[in-house]
Design a protein around this ligand. Structure first.
Ligand SMILES: O=C(O)C(=O)C[C@]1(C(=O)O)C=C[C@@H](O)C=C1
Length: 288
């Protein structure tokens, strides 16, 4: 079985993929949309993509591509501890850093650190933390540092100038597994922490109290919502749909009942997936 992930080697997405798919072939792609397109094209059986970070919130690239361009079912989820480190080429240990390269989410997770310690350095966004580490490794002539993880440090032979530079402890990112052909994941490892059903709900326009009624359809059935978020429909300013996560797997009665009630109110409802969620535990050991 082949699984696509946001590459190159050494990304957090690779960590997530390795945690879930120990025996499978992992295939790196350059962007999140390319990862999803690879599933649609049949090049891989599934993909794993980041969906939400505890500090930065939703990964809009994933949500928007999933909703608007490549509607693949969600078959599993995994939460990964995120520790960011400032990595340099071994030849540049003593050099002043002029530029920081990384994924925009990774840079945002370290704002306080960068402002306090490296306020003079400029930033350059890259497709992933792994791509940033690879860039630093292949440009020893530049006074640059990557924000990336310990897997990338090892993969690209970089050394840490500062470890654990993320602004909040308990930094976590959730990833989802998308596939058209595979069934819902059912793994012995890593730790299974919850089950979720993810829905997309579009409200009828000009309907006062619509959101209140949507929430009531879940509330009186005692369906616990673990997330509700609005995203633009991209059809005009002020038009939104809602992404709602319900605690538990879709059953035969309560979730179909809630969906029918919402449809009767004129809402559009799509079930994006009903799936188990796992978690990886933080790595105790430090990097070099
Ligand atoms: O760049 C990576 O290493 C990724 O896997 C992407 C990504 C993200 O999209 O948020 C994943 C986890 C971290 O939050 C930082 C970056």
């Amino acid at each position: 079985m082949k699984i696509s992930y946001l590459g190159p080697k050494g990304t957090f997405t690779e960590m997530a993929a390795r945690g879930l798919f120990k025996e499978q072939e992992l295939v790196p792609y350059q962007t999140i949309p390319f990862c999803m397109d690879a599933v649609a094209a049949g090049e891989v059986d599934a993909t794993i993509v980041p969906i939400e970070n505890a500090i930065e919130g939703s990964v809009n690239m994933t949500l928007d591509y999933l909703i608007h361009k490549q509607r693949l079912p969600i078959i599993g989820g995994v939460t990964v501890p995120i520790a960011q480190h400032l990595l340099v080429h071994p030849e540049n240990r003593q050099q002043p850093i002029e530029k920081i390269v990384s994924h925009p989410h990774a840079i945002a997770q370290c704002h306080d650190f960068l402002q306090a310690k490296l306020s003079g350095a400029e930033w350059e966004y890259m497709n992933s933390t792994g791509a940033a580490a690879e860039f630093v490794a292949s440009h020893p002539e530049q006074k640059i540092a990557a924000i990336a993880n310990e897997l990338a440090a090892e993969e690209y032979q970089l050394v840490p100038l500062h470890e654990n530079i993320h602004d909040y402890s308990h930094n976590r990112t959730s990833f989802v597994v998308l596939s058209r052909t595979l069934d819902m994941l059912h793994l012995q490892e890593p730790e299974h922490i919850a089950d979720k059903t993810s829905l997309m709900v579009t409200l009828p326009s000009d309907f006062s109290g619509a959101l209140h009624q949507v929430l009531s359809a879940f509330a009186w059935r005692k369906l616990n919502l673990t997330k509700i978020e609005s995203r633009p429909t991209k059809t005009g300013l002020g038009n939104y749909f809602f992404l709602i996560d319900v605690d538990g797997l879709a059953d035969d009665v309560l979730i179909p009942g809630a969906v029918s009630e919402l449809e009767a109110l004129g809402c559009g409802v799509d079930i994006l997936g009903s799936y188990p969620c796992y978690q990886l535990v933080p790595q105790a050991e430090k990097i070099r």
